[in-house]
Design a protein around this ligand. Structure first.
Ligand code: ADP
Length: 203
């Protein structure tokens, strides 16, 4: 793809969505795989018929959306079901991502992928990888503040995600998100200028 695309990743609560939002305020495009996954499983979503067929009506809410809690529990207790769900979701998410990237008219686009390192198939689309990193204590505090999630659940997700070291090894750029929002904003203003310059040069 000829566009300048920056892949954004980081652990749960590291600040990916916050970072993407701040770049967007400065005029960057943002494509978010989590948001796309939610759209695909919302009422009338493109993944709903396949999920209904594979897993049954018990996993679909009355409004036609995915019953996330039921499917999460099922997948957790039946490992092969995870593969089946991934087979339904991955291709659809990727197709939607590619279409959104192609449609984006901004000077550069951030592609937010929590599982960028684990999934791998997004890497060929990217000009650079930006990792949002923060100290683990802070990460846990922020993850708990944002979501209706137990400490145990946050720990379990962190244990399943790529470890910090591995993530940092693939980074072209790193945002150390250990400070307040003001300092984050200032870091992002600088990076926005850099990405604009890189994108202009790439054309
Ligand atoms: P992620 O998308 O990586 O899971 P979020 O961007 O949702 O993380 O951030 C998690 C929580 O931490 C949010 O409530 C967000 O407002 C807060 N947060 C992120 N960065 C900062 C920061 N630099 N200062 C204060 N709060 C922050």
């Amino acid at each position: 793809m000829s566009k300048f695309i920056v892949g954004v990743t980081g652990g749960i609560g590291s600040g990916k969505s916050t970072v993407a939002g701040l770049f967007a305020e400065l005029g960057a495009g943002v494509v978010d795989t989590d948001a796309i996954s939610h759209q695909l499983t919302a009422p009338g979503g493109a993944a709903i018929p396949a999920i209904r067929e594979k897993f049954g009506e018990a996993f679909i809410n009355e409004d036609g959306s995915l019953n996330r809690t039921a499917l999460r529990d099922h997948v957790f207790n039946h490992p092969p079901a995870r593969k089946q769900l991934e087979a339904i979701m991955h291709g659809r998410i990727r197709d939607t991502v590619v279409a959104a990237l192609e449609a984006a008219a901004q000077p550069y686009v951030l592609l937010v992928v929590p599982l960028l390192i684990e999934v791998g198939s997004y890497r060929p689309l990217l000009s650079r990888v930006l990792v949002v990193d923060c100290e683990e204590d802070l990460q846990i505090k922020r993850a708990l503040a944002r979501r209706d999630m137990s400490l145990q659940a946050v720990h379990a997700i962190m244990a399943a995600q790529t470890d910090r070291k591995t993530r940092l090894r693939v980074a072209d750029d790193v945002i150390e998100n250990n400070g307040d929002l003001k300092s984050l904003e200032s870091v992002i203003r600088t990076m926005d200028r850099q990405y604009r310059a890189m994108a202009a040069e790439a054309h």
